[in-house]
Design a binder for this molecule. Sequence first.
Ligand code: FPP
Ligand code: MG
Length: 297
Amino acid sequence: MLEKVELLMYNYIKDVDSYAIALYNHIPKGKRLRAKLVLKISGDSIESQKLAAIIELIHAASLLHDDVIDEAKTRRGTPSINATYDSKTAVMLGDILYSKAYLELNNFSPFIAKSISDAVTKLSVGEMLDVEFSKEIQLDEAKYFDMIYKKTAVLIEATAATAASLANKDSQKFALYGKNLGLAFQIIDDVLDITADEKTLGKPALADFKEGKTTLPYIYLFESLNSDDKKKLLTLYKKELTDDERIWLKGKMQESGAVIKSIEVAVKLGKEALQAIAEYKNEALEKVIKDMIEREF
Ligand code: FPP
Ligand code: MG
């Protein structure tokens, strides 16, 4: 039950400090993809609810820090904690969420504790790579995949693997499911930045390229353009776009097939995720993949 996970998260932070819980209440609740995964893989026991709460607290902490690093003014359509308060507050709240989650993680098996800790180290490297790649245009597909693996897929991979271990299922097979789900999830996120509007996204559209992030559709687009259009695309990097430039960019994304090609990669990864756990015939986990590919925000 997701409500029980929410309550556990709340109580964990309430136990720490009264100001921390007041701040925590201002964090918008996300999709809780990781918590849903834990419950769908290992069932609805108190242990799986606790694991789900721990992982969601770590994820929430990482987003608090990410919004400071990205200087993001909004998170899920509402002002970010760094915008409402300040960066110091967001960093400190993130520290509390993250260290309390680690304290609770000690109650789990060494495999679970190590898997999550290792994932968070890689996640931190992923964020560093993301920042590094935002300094100048980055058109290497392999580097993009390595970065999104660490930034996004690694925690989802560890989520699925640890949930499986809690339920005595094959953690390697579930790790592969989680990894491919996470990669596909990030690719769809990157596609939506181009295809969805601001209202649906809860953040400005076409923001990635302006922030210096060259995502998969941009890598495919660049490969497909003639030299004049390549030059034009390069002039738009990190730029506040005019309406004409937005229309040009969105048009090229569609006509070049860069968006479709990226979605196809995500669909293929989704299928590979399902193949990894086919023997479990878990319809809920099949639906997670389908919903993730078809989502609008
Ligand atoms: C969002 O990416 C960022 C992440 C998924 C990872 C952030 C990780 C860290 C800050 C390091 C780990 C830190 C702790 C405290 C555990 P994005 O900026 O591409 O997406 P967005 O549009 O949702 O901001
Ligand atoms: Mg960000």
